[in-house]
Design a protein around this ligand. Structure first.
Ligand SMILES: NC(=O)c1ccc[n+]([C@@H]2O[C@H](COP(=O)([O-])OP(=O)(O)OC[C@H]3O[C@@H](n4cnc5c(N)ncnc54)[C@H](OP(=O)(O)O)[C@@H]3O)[C@@H](O)[C@H]2O)c1
Length: 400
């Protein structure tokens, strides 16, 4: 395939936009020009001349010489408008925006078909880890049993600090803020939304289902206490925030985002700080482990560059699993073993525990370990935000 000379219209010049710029400048063999950059804030100082910038998206979208749009802004609604307009105009798009892709997965798929354009978004899940293209290409003929991992660098950084230094959640969160990992409003990360959006994108390529994010149970780390860390440490475990998707039978999958106990013999145990890791379990390849930086301008910029390069060779996602249609159902009727640290018996009773294997009632805290149904957790999702509890998937049992 011949390589088309790339003329890029870039949206966003923040952490990732500037990271991409640096990565492109250091890839001497790669021929691509950034024609124009669209940003929002007219008062911000820029590190390159103002003549490179515009504040009007149409300056880029209506420029016939621009043959690739790279969308790297932090506003999912504005991004969806930009990306939709670009595709309608017949332009290929590369994006890193997980919120936008996860929320509009079906529409974005349909637009690619309708307007015969390509949308690539490797950086949207796992940043520098090339998981989407691997799921598309490598696992095509594999029976993929499950995928789980650490897909959020901020929470992994906080959990690492709490585990290694024995500090409280608030102190660890502040440290993450100072290092630039956590936003001033960190709820997207610490409440588990961010890994859920990434899980939705991964599910589309692993199993061919474009799930509505609101259908998936997610739970974050914001109510974690030193008791939970202490419990984990006493057992030689770490706590990590782990999204999971897997088959429950031939044509059905389940998925959720929950903190999980990880033992030292597991790949994810040593994925610390802002690093991400993904484990696939498949029939013939068995377990495979991908690891890399899950955030940061240069790491994410390198994944964006990889998509830009793939685009120049005419690469597009084929959505093979969706077209094969082997997996047709999604269920939350799935039983998992969890540790619940709680204060009030009435809170514990809401979970409907079965097969309790451990129970502890101390002066400072109580916990119970047993089987709960995922559907029950999902129904409790609003209440859980206000409860003085913390839930961890033990990872020992998953039964449907
Ligand atoms: N940061 C990471 O490590 C990382 C990793 C993976 C994926 N991502 C994704 O990459 C995207 C960019 O993240 P980031 O960290 O680079 O964000 P960021 O540092 O906050 O930068 C956002 C950029 O978007 C511009 N912008 C916002 N709204 C705009 C609009 N309506 N029109 C034009 N420009 C607009 C801003 O303009 P001004 O400069 O004028 O403010 C800024 O340049 C997000 O979707 C994020 O989820 C980030």
């Amino acid at each position: 395939m011949t390589r088309e000379k790339l003329r890029i219209g870039l949206f966003g010049y923040g952490c990732v936009g500037q990271g991409l710029h640096d990565v492109l400048n250091n890839s001497k063999g790669f021929k691509a020009d950034i024609v124009r950059i669209c940003v929002k804030n007219r008062k911000k100082k820029r590190r390159i001349p103002m003549s490179n910038f515009t504040f009007d998206k149409n300056d880029i979208l209506n420029d016939p010489s621009v043959n690739l749009i790279v969308e790297l802004i932090d506003d999912a609604d504005a991004a969806f408008k930009i990306v939709s307009m670009a595709m309608k105009k017949g332009k290929n798009v590369v994006t890193a925006n997980k919120v936008m892709v996860a929320k509009h997965f079906s529409e974005l798929f349909e637009m690619q078909e309708k307007y015969k354009v390509s949308l690539l978004y490797e950086a949207s899940a796992g940043a520098s880890i090339p998981i989407i293209r691997n799921l598309e290409e490598y696992y095509d003929n594999e029976l993929l049993y499950s995928l789980r991992g650490i897909l959020n660098g901020t929470t992994n950084y906080i959990l690492t600090l709490m585990h290694n230094q024995g500090i409280d959640y608030d102190v660890a969160l502040n440290d993450a803020r100072k290092k630039g990992f956590a936003e001033s409003d960190p709820s997207l990360d610490v409440d588990g939304w961010d890994p859920k959006y990434k899980l939705c994108i991964i599910t589309g390529h692993a199993y061919g289902l474009f799930l509505d994010p609101s259908e998936i149970f997610h739970y974050g780390i914001k109510t974690i206490s030193k008791f939970d860390i202490q419990y984990a440490k006493e057992k030689g475990l770490k706590i990590k925030l782990v999204p999971f998707v897997g088959k429950t039978n031939e044509n059905t999958i389940t998925s959720f985002v929950l903190p999980r106990f990880i033992s030292p013999d597991k790949y994810l145990y040593n994925v610390d700080n802002e690093y991400n890791g993904v484990i696939t379990e498949a029939a013939f390849a068995d377990k495979q482990f991908f690891s890399g930086k899950g955030a940061g301008g240069h790491a994410t910029g390198s994944a964006v560059l990889s998509d830009i390069s793939a685009n120049s060779y005419g690469y597009r996602y084929e959505y093979k699993k969706y077209l094969q249609g082997t997996v047709t159902n999604y269920t939350r009727d799935f039983r998992i073993e969890v540790y619940l640290r709680y204060n009030e018996e009435k809170d514990k009773d809401l979970f409907g525990f079965e097969e309790v294997s451990e129970y502890f009632c101390g002066r400072s805290y109580k916990y119970v370990i047993g089987i709960v149904n995922l559907e029950r957790l999902y129904k409790l999702r609003e209440q859980l935000q206000k409860m003085d509890v913390f839930i961890v998937n033990t990872g020992r049992k998953g039964i449907n």
